[in-house]
Ligand binder design. Structure first.
Ligand SMILES: [Zn+2]
Length: 198
Protein backbone atom coordinates (compact mmCIF):
# COMPACT_ATOMS: atom_id res chain seq x y z
CA UNK A 1 0.00 0.00 0.00
CA UNK A 2 1.25 3.48 -0.90
CA UNK A 3 2.23 5.93 1.81
CA UNK A 4 -0.20 8.56 3.02
CA UNK A 5 1.81 11.32 1.27
CA UNK A 6 1.60 9.58 -2.06
CA UNK A 7 -2.11 8.88 -1.63
CA UNK A 8 -2.70 12.53 -0.74
CA UNK A 9 -0.91 13.77 -3.87
CA UNK A 10 -2.62 11.17 -6.06
CA UNK A 11 -6.05 12.20 -4.82
CA UNK A 12 -5.34 15.88 -5.58
CA UNK A 13 -4.10 15.02 -9.07
CA UNK A 14 -7.06 12.73 -9.71
CA UNK A 15 -9.31 15.80 -9.58
CA UNK A 16 -7.54 17.39 -12.57
CA UNK A 17 -9.47 17.29 -15.84
CA UNK A 18 -8.49 14.28 -17.90
CA UNK A 19 -6.86 12.43 -15.02
CA UNK A 20 -8.52 9.61 -13.13
CA UNK A 21 -7.17 7.82 -10.06
CA UNK A 22 -5.13 5.44 -12.19
CA UNK A 23 -3.34 8.02 -14.29
CA UNK A 24 -2.92 10.22 -11.19
CA UNK A 25 -0.92 7.41 -9.56
CA UNK A 26 1.20 7.10 -12.69
CA UNK A 27 1.93 10.85 -12.55
CA UNK A 28 2.90 10.57 -8.88
CA UNK A 29 5.29 7.73 -9.61
CA UNK A 30 6.82 9.69 -12.48
CA UNK A 31 7.25 12.73 -10.24
CA UNK A 32 8.90 10.66 -7.53
CA UNK A 33 11.27 9.13 -10.06
CA UNK A 34 12.10 12.47 -11.69
CA UNK A 35 11.91 14.69 -8.65
CA UNK A 36 15.41 16.13 -9.02
CA UNK A 37 14.94 17.35 -12.60
CA UNK A 38 11.20 17.89 -12.92
CA UNK A 39 9.95 19.09 -9.55
CA UNK A 40 11.76 22.44 -9.24
CA UNK A 41 10.44 23.68 -12.59
CA UNK A 42 6.94 22.35 -11.79
CA UNK A 43 6.88 24.02 -8.37
CA UNK A 44 8.10 27.29 -9.90
CA UNK A 45 5.41 27.19 -12.56
CA UNK A 46 2.70 26.40 -9.99
CA UNK A 47 3.94 29.19 -7.74
CA UNK A 48 3.70 31.65 -10.64
CA UNK A 49 0.16 30.53 -11.38
CA UNK A 50 -0.81 31.01 -7.77
CA UNK A 51 0.82 34.41 -7.33
CA UNK A 52 0.49 36.11 -10.69
CA UNK A 53 -2.49 34.86 -12.66
CA UNK A 54 -5.71 36.84 -12.45
CA UNK A 55 -9.05 36.83 -14.22
CA UNK A 56 -9.55 39.77 -16.58
CA UNK A 57 -12.30 41.96 -15.13
CA UNK A 58 -13.48 42.85 -18.63
CA UNK A 59 -13.56 39.58 -20.56
CA UNK A 60 -12.85 36.75 -18.10
CA UNK A 61 -9.59 35.67 -19.75
CA UNK A 62 -6.80 34.47 -17.46
CA UNK A 63 -3.60 36.51 -17.63
CA UNK A 64 -0.97 38.15 -15.45
CA UNK A 65 -2.78 41.47 -15.81
CA UNK A 66 -6.34 42.82 -15.73
CA UNK A 67 -7.43 44.03 -18.23
CA UNK A 68 -5.71 41.17 -20.01
CA UNK A 69 -3.23 41.63 -22.86
CA UNK A 70 -5.98 41.13 -25.45
CA UNK A 71 -8.36 43.69 -23.90
CA UNK A 72 -5.49 46.15 -23.43
CA UNK A 73 -4.14 45.79 -26.98
CA UNK A 74 -5.08 48.93 -28.96
CA UNK A 75 -4.48 47.11 -32.26
CA UNK A 76 -7.43 44.82 -31.55
CA UNK A 77 -10.67 45.63 -33.35
CA UNK A 78 -12.93 47.08 -30.65
CA UNK A 79 -16.01 46.63 -32.87
CA UNK A 80 -15.93 42.82 -32.93
CA UNK A 81 -16.63 40.67 -29.89
CA UNK A 82 -16.34 36.88 -29.85
CA UNK A 83 -18.29 35.08 -27.11
CA UNK A 84 -16.87 31.74 -25.91
CA UNK A 85 -17.80 29.23 -23.23
CA UNK A 86 -14.43 28.84 -21.57
CA UNK A 87 -10.98 30.38 -21.44
CA UNK A 88 -9.61 27.29 -23.24
CA UNK A 89 -11.86 28.15 -26.21
CA UNK A 90 -10.59 31.73 -26.21
CA UNK A 91 -7.03 30.46 -26.36
CA UNK A 92 -7.87 27.98 -29.13
CA UNK A 93 -9.49 30.69 -31.24
CA UNK A 94 -6.74 33.15 -30.59
CA UNK A 95 -4.13 30.63 -31.69
CA UNK A 96 -5.87 30.58 -35.09
CA UNK A 97 -5.04 34.32 -35.34
CA UNK A 98 -7.99 34.91 -37.63
CA UNK A 99 -10.08 36.91 -35.22
CA UNK A 100 -8.78 40.41 -34.63
CA UNK A 101 -11.43 41.52 -32.15
CA UNK A 102 -11.84 40.95 -28.45
CA UNK A 103 -13.48 38.17 -26.44
CA UNK A 104 -16.02 37.52 -23.71
CA UNK A 105 -15.85 34.35 -21.63
CA UNK A 106 -19.22 33.05 -20.38
CA UNK A 107 -17.68 30.69 -17.85
CA UNK A 108 -19.72 27.68 -18.99
CA UNK A 109 -22.81 26.79 -20.97
CA UNK A 110 -26.52 26.60 -20.15
CA UNK A 111 -27.41 23.15 -18.93
CA UNK A 112 -30.71 21.92 -17.56
CA UNK A 113 -28.97 18.72 -16.53
CA UNK A 114 -26.27 20.43 -14.47
CA UNK A 115 -28.59 23.21 -13.31
CA UNK A 116 -26.65 25.98 -15.05
CA UNK A 117 -28.97 28.97 -15.57
CA UNK A 118 -28.37 32.24 -17.46
CA UNK A 119 -27.63 34.05 -14.20
CA UNK A 120 -24.83 31.55 -13.50
CA UNK A 121 -22.95 32.70 -16.62
CA UNK A 122 -21.25 36.02 -17.41
CA UNK A 123 -24.19 37.21 -19.49
CA UNK A 124 -25.02 40.39 -17.56
CA UNK A 125 -21.45 41.62 -18.06
CA UNK A 126 -21.69 40.73 -21.77
CA UNK A 127 -24.87 42.78 -22.17
CA UNK A 128 -23.28 45.62 -20.23
CA UNK A 129 -20.32 45.67 -22.61
CA UNK A 130 -22.65 45.74 -25.61
CA UNK A 131 -24.84 48.45 -24.08
CA UNK A 132 -21.78 50.67 -23.78
CA UNK A 133 -21.84 50.79 -27.58
CA UNK A 134 -19.09 50.65 -30.17
CA UNK A 135 -19.54 46.94 -30.94
CA UNK A 136 -21.04 46.07 -34.31
CA UNK A 137 -20.47 42.31 -34.54
CA UNK A 138 -20.90 39.60 -31.93
CA UNK A 139 -19.61 36.15 -32.91
CA UNK A 140 -21.21 33.34 -30.92
CA UNK A 141 -18.42 30.76 -30.81
CA UNK A 142 -20.13 28.08 -28.76
CA UNK A 143 -19.16 24.42 -28.96
CA UNK A 144 -21.12 22.28 -31.43
CA UNK A 145 -22.75 20.43 -28.55
CA UNK A 146 -26.44 20.47 -27.63
CA UNK A 147 -25.75 22.67 -24.63
CA UNK A 148 -23.42 24.94 -26.60
CA UNK A 149 -26.06 25.46 -29.27
CA UNK A 150 -28.81 26.03 -26.67
CA UNK A 151 -26.59 28.71 -25.17
CA UNK A 152 -26.01 30.30 -28.60
CA UNK A 153 -29.77 30.41 -29.27
CA UNK A 154 -30.45 31.95 -25.90
CA UNK A 155 -27.80 34.63 -26.46
CA UNK A 156 -29.04 35.35 -29.99
CA UNK A 157 -32.47 36.06 -28.51
CA UNK A 158 -31.07 38.30 -25.80
CA UNK A 159 -29.12 40.25 -28.45
CA UNK A 160 -32.15 40.88 -30.66
CA UNK A 161 -32.88 44.58 -30.80
CA UNK A 162 -29.28 45.68 -30.43
CA UNK A 163 -27.94 47.40 -33.55
CA UNK A 164 -25.35 44.73 -34.34
CA UNK A 165 -24.63 41.73 -36.50
CA UNK A 166 -24.83 38.43 -34.61
CA UNK A 167 -22.93 35.61 -36.29
CA UNK A 168 -21.96 32.11 -35.30
CA UNK A 169 -19.26 29.69 -36.32
CA UNK A 170 -20.03 27.83 -39.53
CA UNK A 171 -21.33 24.32 -39.34
CA UNK A 172 -18.73 21.88 -40.42
CA UNK A 173 -17.66 21.83 -36.82
CA UNK A 174 -17.97 18.18 -35.93
CA UNK A 175 -21.16 17.54 -33.96
CA UNK A 176 -20.29 17.29 -30.30
CA UNK A 177 -17.02 19.00 -31.14
CA UNK A 178 -15.36 21.14 -28.53
CA UNK A 179 -13.38 24.05 -29.88
CA UNK A 180 -10.40 23.38 -27.72
CA UNK A 181 -9.88 19.98 -29.33
CA UNK A 182 -10.20 21.04 -32.96
CA UNK A 183 -7.18 21.36 -35.16
CA UNK A 184 -6.44 24.96 -36.07
CA UNK A 185 -7.33 24.52 -39.75
CA UNK A 186 -10.87 23.36 -38.96
CA UNK A 187 -11.33 26.11 -36.41
CA UNK A 188 -9.99 28.75 -38.78
CA UNK A 189 -12.38 27.52 -41.49
CA UNK A 190 -15.37 27.69 -39.11
CA UNK A 191 -14.44 31.21 -38.10
CA UNK A 192 -13.82 32.42 -41.64
CA UNK A 193 -17.17 31.04 -42.83
CA UNK A 194 -19.14 32.40 -39.88
CA UNK A 195 -22.72 33.30 -40.74
CA UNK A 196 -25.60 35.31 -39.37
CA UNK A 197 -27.65 33.62 -36.66
CA UNK A 198 -31.23 32.83 -37.54
ZN1 LIG B 1 -9.66 40.65 -21.14
Amino acid sequence: MASQEIEALASVLARLPGLGPRSARRVVLWLVKNREQALPALLDALGTVRERLVECATCGNVDTQSPCAICADPRRDAKALCVVEDVADLWALDRSRLFAGRYHVLGGRLSALDGVRPEDLNIASLLARIEQGGIDEVVLAMNATLEGQTTAHYLAERLEGFPLRVTQLAHGLPVGGELDYLDEGTLAQALRARRPVG
